[in-house]
Design a protein around this ligand. Sequence first.
Ligand SMILES: *Cc1c(COP(=O)(O)O)cnc(C)c1O
Length: 339
Amino acid sequence: MTRANVWRMEPYSSARDDYQGSTASVFLDANENPYNTPVNRYPDPRQSELKVELAKVKQVNPAQIFLGNGSDEAIDLLFRAFCEPRIDNVVAINPTYGMYQVCAETNDVAYRKVNLTDGFQLPVEALLAATDDHTKLLFICSPNNPTGNDFRLSDMEQILRRFEGLVVIDEAYIDFSERPSLLQRLQEFPNLVVLQTFSKAWGCAAIRLGMAFASPEIIGILSKIKYPYNVNLLTQREALSMVHRHYEVERWVKSLKAARAQLIAELGKLPVVAHIFPTDANFVLVRVTDAVALYNYLVSCGIIVRNRHSVTLCGNCLRITVGTRVENERLIQALQSYH
Ligand SMILES: *Cc1c(COP(=O)(O)O)cnc(C)c1O
């Protein structure tokens, strides 16, 4: 599966890689400035402490975790590790998160889109039919962005069993879903890569921290080709502090799910709303009478939602993030005053 050049290469060996003990107190190995602690020192390139703590929360082995500068880094590295430019291809559902295609194009790897079914479910047979001997990755985002819904677990299991390449399941919104994560099934599916992020439920979009979970073999390959210090000290610290305050995330999720139910109920009463799609995420896709006009009206009220009108299967749809109860109420009031 791995590109031959990547398989053969030796990773860059940093000063902090060469020495890994914890007993030394004089560090004259990395040409750092001895003043201005703590940011004068290079951060841990392996993020060992953070991985150990995260492994407890996620109930996986630290060797099954890759940490990067957002999930976006993990997505890009999957292309660079496994896809030979101009020869290999990847398959993805459509519509979905835009970064898979951006990374495919950056890496000159053909990106094959397969439309979701009318009910926004997985087109299992069509996805498998789109693969060939050069298909290395198959992307499934569940809950899916921008549709908001989760896919049937049995459909994802079928793809994991029947596709020979890596199946990347992006679980950026899994905390808002009732479906169990696929994290606990990494042993059962050696071709599974699960993506999660600190940017949504964890409330840390600014620190740029994404997680990929997979077999230690796959994680080893991603770690070998990443930039040595891809996760900076400030991010590692803030993430550790968040992991220790994990109960906060659970509180936020609970309250956002309640606010989501309320928002959906209120949206359902509005004449401008034609359809509300089922959601398992912290946003809701809504079909309205005229998405462009309504989007512009909301902007004039100082309220920004995402206009998805030009996205496949999402004609006249707006994607609305669940905010605080006050924010959601302001949106509803603005929509009630729309004529
Ligand atoms: C928001 C989002 C992410 C998060 O990306 P980061 O780079 O970790 O901020 C990943 N996948 C999907 C589908 C998303 O919507």
